[in-house]
Design a binder for this molecule. Structure first.
Ligand code: ADP
Length: 190
């Protein structure tokens, strides 16, 4: 029987949990932004992070894009958190959903993995993720939730990590419930 009531599991020494809420209010060391390749801000969670964190985030993002060009889907960069509680923001670009035949699943998994790698490279101990690609980028929610949870769980199983806490911060009830189902399924196989 699948357990959809689990809201957290522990993998090695890292707690992975689900909460419903606004990621801009999270006090983890870093929050992840579902950005677009220009890093110039946008709607959804991206707009909320820039609005709450202030112009320092945009200034650093602009400098990064000037140095290295547009950020390809599946990759990640880190900036200050500006006025956010989180000290840093990791900006990653998820795939736009085109029906599933453009490697969307691999790109989505990469966005989560590259974000985790960057957090570890910076010696951070806690990170919050939004539901990447399931808003404006239209990735089907249940599939995206499954990839998100499975990717983070297998990364934590396979990697020696400074991370002690990973939180999925889901904005609306429908998204939260999809991640609950995904965590229930994944935890049965652990
Ligand atoms: P994408 O372009 O990657 O699809 P969106 O920002 O459009 O990104 O949507 C991704 C998810 O982020 C959606 O589930 C949306 O409801 C959610 N979201 C929007 N604002 C916030 C917020 N402040 N905190 C957490 N999640 C948010």
């Amino acid at each position: 029987m699948m357990n959809s009531d689990i809201t957290e599991i522990t993998i090695s020494q890292t707690k992975l949990s689900l909460v419903q809420g606004d990621i801009t209010r999270q006090a983890t060391d870093v929050i992840v932004n579902a950005a677009n390749s220009s890093l110039m801000g946008g709607g959804g969670v991206d707009g909320a992070i820039h609005a709450a964190g202030g112009s320092a985030i945009l200034e650093e993002s602009r400098r990064l894009v000037a140095e290295r060009g547009l950020l390809p889907p599946g990759q990640a960069v880190i900036t200050t958190g500006g006025r956010l509680k989180a000290k840093y923001v990791i900006h990653t670009v998820g795939p736009v959903w085109y029906g599933g035949c453009r490697n969307e699943a691999a790109t989505l998994a990469s966005a989560y993995r590259e974000s985790l790698k960057l957090a570890i490279e910076h010696g951070l101990s806690s990170v919050s993720f939004p539901s990447i690609s399931t808003g404006a980028y239209r990735y089907p929610l249940d599939e995206a939730a499954k990839i998100a949870v499975e990717t983070v769980v297998s990364f934590l199983k396979d990697t020696d990590t400074s991370l002690r806490e990973v939180v999925f911060v889901l904005y609306d009830g429908r998204t939260y419930r999809a991640y609950l189902r995904a965590l229930g399924e994944t935890s049965e196989r652990l």
